[in-house]
Write a protein that binds this ligand. Structure first.
Ligand code: UDP
Length: 367
């Protein structure tokens, strides 16, 4: 009998497993996929670490989380600075003085602020949706060229029907600073995310390619407690209906050229280009060595259907209400605890998932 069965070998599960094992608990980790790492999984193609389930750039303001991950990997000094391509015009992201200079030819922060001040006047009162929030942060011009098309492709919904908080993830700066994140610490694990997660799981029994929900009773009988990091609605057999997600499809290509776009991420912010962005993986590691080839991934956003990989929870009212129904079922469980992006139906960044897992473990072992 194990102390813990952990369902899902992503960051949440791996951190929980590490903490439990370090306290001397016996742990079994299982995952439906053939590999560990969940969506941070990366694999080597021609010496390039390819982020198989989308770009992951580790960033955090939390010193505890930052020092925690250092135990499992060194981190390089990668700083995310995506470029936006709007119909062939290139803009710096996030929204900063380089962006405003290109958009309006302004040179000083005062000039940029004056234009935004003028343009945001159309929004009266507290912004109620993403469109109003975006215009009130950066004005209509930036909204039309850099936000509207991208967001509507990404979420498959009108900006008028999306919550304001999504766009508040992005910084707006009146300095010449292209760092996409307001985070004290940032970088990519040297050697890749998969290696980092394997290090977290070192010495812990892991079985991949097994589907917990197909034989739940059998697995449950193996452990005192179960930490379930899969979709909460799937656990309850979708009895109240499906929680909605956005899914992403990647078209990955190995190209016989050393440099495709000169940057890790280029966002295509117009409505017409079918992909949302192109990732050129080698730049996460500065194209180390003399790599003759490059690997790129075009990202296409789509509505999730049963059988697809779930990526982004759609935290609108309808889905939040539905989640609450599943949540109340889960509160009645004595043996099973739900965690992580899918278990909690939350738009978590990696550092938040690690934090949540560390806290859940502390709570679980508090006497
Ligand atoms: N966004 C945008 N234009 C961009 C990049 C992002 O309008 O070029 C908006 C979009 O609505 C997106 C949100 O900002 O959903 C948050 O972006 P972020 O990069 O944090 O999303 P993620 O990395 O989770 O895909």
């Amino acid at each position: 009998m194990y102390d813990y069965l952990i369902v899902g070998a992503g960051l949440y599960g791996a951190v929980f497993a590490r903490e439990a094992a370090d306290l001397g608990k016996s742990v079994l980790v299982i995952d439906k996929r053939q590999h560990v790492g969940g969506n941070v999984y990366s694999e080597d193609i021609e010496g390039i670490q390819v982020h198989r389930y989308g770009a992951h750039i580790f960033h955090t303001n939390d010193a505890e989380v930052w020092s925690y991950v250092q135990r499992f990997s060194d981190f390089n000094r990668f700083t995310n600075s995506p470029v936006a391509n709007y119909k062939g015009e290139l803009y710096s992201l996030p929204f900063n003085m380089y962006t405003f200079n290109k958009m309006w030819n302004v040179v000083t922060p005062q000039e940029a602020m004056a234009i935004i001040e003028e343009q945001r006047k159309e929004i009266k009162g507290v912004p109620e949706n993403l469109e109003e929030q975006a215009i009130s942060l950066v004005g209509r011009d930036v909204y039309e060229k850099l936000i509207k098309g991208y967001t509507e492709k990404q979420w498959g919904r009108s900006c008028k029907d999306l919550p304001p908080f999504i766009i508040r993830r992005l910084p707006v700066r009146f300095t010449f600073d292209n760092n996409y994140f307001n985070a004290l610490y940032q970088g990519i694990p040297v050697g890749g995310y998969t290696k980092m997660v394997e290090n977290m799981l070192s010495g812990i029994e892991v079985r991949t390619g097994v589907d917990y929900l197909e034989d739940k009773e059998k697995w449950d009988a193996l452990a005192e407690r179960v930490i379930y990091t899969g979709p909460i609605d799937a656990y309850y057999n979708y009895q109240y209906g499906y929680l909605e997600y956005r899914s992403v499809r990647f078209e990955t290509e190995l190209l016989d050229i050393p440099n495709f776009q000169g940057n890790a991420a280029v966002n295509y912010t117009d409505r017409e280009t079918p992909w949302t962005r192109i990732i050129e993986h080698k730049w996460f590691e500065f194209g180390k060595g003399n790599q003759e080839k490059t690997v790129i991934s075009r990202e296409y956003s789509s509505e999730w259907k049963p059988g697809d990989e779930p990526y982004y929870p759609v935290n609108d009212k309808k889905n939040s209400d539905l989640f609450e129904k599943y949540k109340s079922l889960s509160r009645q469980e004595e043996k099973v605890f739900f965690g992580g992006r899918l278990g909690e139906y939350k738009y978590y960044d990696m550092d938040q998932v690690i934090k949540a897992s560390l806290e859940a473990f502390r709570n679980a072992t508090r006497i």
